[in-house]
Each structure stands twice: as structure tokens, then as C-alpha cells.
Design a binder for this molecule. Sequence first.
Ligand SMILES: C[S@@+](CC[C@H](N)C(=O)[O-])C[C@H]1O[C@@H](n2cnc3c(N)ncnc32)[C@H](O)[C@@H]1O
Length: 208
Amino acid sequence: MMQPKAINSKQKLFDRWAPNYDWVFTSVFYQAIHHRLLECVDLPEKPNVLDIGCGTGRLLTRLATEFPNLQGTGLDFSAEMIRQARRRKPDSVRPRLIYVRGNAESLPFADGQFDAVFNTISFLHYQNPEQVFSEVSRVLVPGGRFYLADSAFRWPPTPQFLNISPGGMRFYSPQVREQLGVQAGLDCAGHYALLGPVLLSIFTKKTV
Ligand SMILES: C[S@@+](CC[C@H](N)C(=O)[O-])C[C@H]1O[C@@H](n2cnc3c(N)ncnc32)[C@H](O)[C@@H]1O
């Protein structure tokens, strides 16, 4: 398990970043990823979706705008990211989106609650990837989808880069992602290159 000290340091990093998150260069990169991800999204008529590591909520706002019957929950362990997400919710989608603070490794939701789970550029920070996959599988309905978008390899390729985030960062190849899915009862439906090193992997929860 991740040491509490490392968790606190990671949370503090994101708390500090949150107020400026939407206007620094990296945000442009993340929003381009969201844009491309949306082209691959397939949801039922009235979807209930979860975004883990939601940051300031930009992806959920996009999803709620694109899918007018969508209900969305954003979860993040940074209190400041959650505060920004609540503050920046546009009026047009406000009643359909909620934001809660929590850890990806222990989701505060009932079993089989969501039609889809999203996770963009957050998985690389997790210390227990198997646990997160298991939690995602637990909260998905049978046949529900998990959209995982993250770097598939280290980029930029400098060791110093990995030290930016306390506790380090981890990168998962398509093969390792598939293996994580199998262990959690999720079939991999495919991998799609989104931008640079960022690979989208789509999983479906087994129906039996
Ligand atoms: C680089 S930001 C990406 C935010 C958003 N998904 C996006 O695409 O813009 C990574 C986010 O993951 C969150 N995060 C990292 N580890 C987490 C964990 N164990 N549980 C919940 N959130 C976590 C951070 O607080 C941060 O908001």
C-alpha cells in the first residue's frame, strides 16, 4: 500500500495545481485528449457515469454537454480539485453532475452503479493498480465500460520527470492493461492512440 506520507504529498501537489489547472499548457494537452476520447465513447440512452481522478471536471462537463440525459459523478482525492470542479460547473449541466472527494483505490459507491467509468491521465499515479481495476469492475453494471486513457510508456523519457509526482509514476503497456482487466473480470475491447504517448484502452465488464 502507498505510504500515507506519499499520499499526502501527492494530494498537496494536486491541491497546489488545481487553481491554475485549466489555463496552463498541460491543460490544453488534456483537453485535446478529452476531445479525442469522446469520439470513441458509446453510452446507453440514460447513462450514469463516473470519472475517477476527475480534476476540475472538464471531461464530465464535455460528456454532459454531448449526452443530455447523462448523470455524472466525479471523484478526486484532491480537495482543491473537487472545490474547483464544483465551482466551475456550468449552469447548463449543473443539476446532472456531482463531485465527491475519495480515493480511486476505495470507491465510495455501491456495486453495479455505473454504466461507464472514465479515467484520464490519473492511473499513472496509483500505487495499487490491481485494486483500482477491481474497484472499477465492482461499481460497473454487467456490460458496462471502462475508458482508461493514460501514457503507455514513459514520456518525456527523463528520470527526473518521474520525480515530479511524490510516490512516482507508472506506465502500463497494452499487454499489462489487458492482464489487469482479466484479473478484474473486464474484457479489453481495444486500444486507440489518442495523442503522443497517450493510449485509450476500452474494457467491458463480463455479463456472467
Ligand atoms: C493530471 S490530473 C488529470 C485530471 C483529469 N482527469 C483530466 O483529464 O484533466 C490527475 C488527477 O488524478 C487525481 N488523483 C491522483 N491519484 C488519485 C487517487 N489515488 N484517487 C483519486 N484521485 C487521484 C489528482 O488529484 C488529479 O486531479
